[in-house]
Structures are given as C-alpha cells and as structure tokens.
Write a protein that binds this ligand. Structure first.
Ligand code: 4NP
Length: 150
C-alpha cells in the first residue's frame, strides 16, 4: 500500500505546491503519493503562484501542472500524513477532524527538522526572496520525511 501524504497551506498556490513537488521528487512514486491542498478556497483550479513555479524550476522541478484545491474532511480518510505549513493551518485542519486518529495525522512540517523555526512563513505578500528561503526550509523538511518513508 502506498503511503499518502498531503501538504497543506492557506492558498495552495505558494508553499504547499512546493512541498508537494519537492517531496514527490525525493520518494519513489510506486511507494508514496503526494498531494497538496489549501484551507482557503481563493484560488481553486489555479496553477501555483509564478514565483513558486520559478523557484521550483531553478532547482529542476516542474510544478506547473498542479491545480489548487481546497482541503476537505474526506482528506482525513484519504491520507496517512497531513503536513501543515503554519499553526494557523494546523488549527484550521485540526478543527475539521472528527476523532483523535484524524487529529494525530496533522503535523507541522518544520517539526521534521531543527531549523529554529516551526512555521513556514507565508511568502504571498512578500518579494521573490521569500520564495527562496521558503524553498530551502521545505526542502530540508522533505529530505527528513523522505528518509523516513524510503
Ligand atoms: P500559500 O500562500 O498559503 O503559501 O499558498 C498564500 C496564497 C494566497 C493567499 C494567501 C496565502 N491569499 O490570500 O490569496
């Protein structure tokens, strides 16, 4: 059985599409399925933010084909692990859980690494620089997750 991992942020156009693309690139797709979603529905059906597409491309990853979707309660039964980017995502997702088993699937992405910060900052309103540091944080965490899953 494949392990199914869901990456979640607010808009599903900046951080979680990067997390989806990065983790999928580090694992065998025969064993691990990775998807992403947003807690808000502002951008449903849209491709990732062009700044996320650009930083992913810089590191050889194509995330252009991803399309934004909203997190739904059904994702708790569909996915084994749900990684959120910040505490606000954590409470939004955890508030939809119906039992402890569902709540226990929700984890802060940066708890996987020792970076001195626990939240991936929302880069949406910043400049391009934010996307580079966000990429690096997500990459470190995904490296640690991939080691556990591979
Ligand atoms: P994300 O960034 O949660 O990393 O996808 C955001 C994208 C869009 C908005 C907020 C955050 N927005 O308010 O539209």
């Amino acid at each position: 059985m494949k392990t199914k991992v869901l990456m979640v942020c607010l808009g599903n156009i900046c951080r979680s599409p990067l997390a989806e693309g990065i983790l999928q690139s580090k694992v065998d797709s025969k064993d691990v399925f990775v998807d992403s979603a947003g807690t808000a529905g502002y951008h449903i059906g849209n491709p990732p933010d062009e700044r996320s597409i650009a930083v992913a491309r810089k590191y050889g990853l194509s995330i252009d084909n991803q399309r934004c979707r909203k997190f739904s309660k059904q994702d708790f039964s569909e996915f084994d692990l749900i990684y959120v980017m910040d505490r606000s995502n954590f409470s939004d997702v955890a508030s939809l859980a119906e039992n402890k088993a569902e709540t226990s699937k929700v984890k802060l992405l940066l708890n996987e690494v020792e970076l001195g910060i626990k939240e991936v900052p929302d880069p949406y309103h910043g400049g391009d620089d934010g996307f580079e540091s966000v990429y690096q944080m997500i990459d470190s965490a995904c490296e640690a997750i991939a080691k556990k899953l591979n």
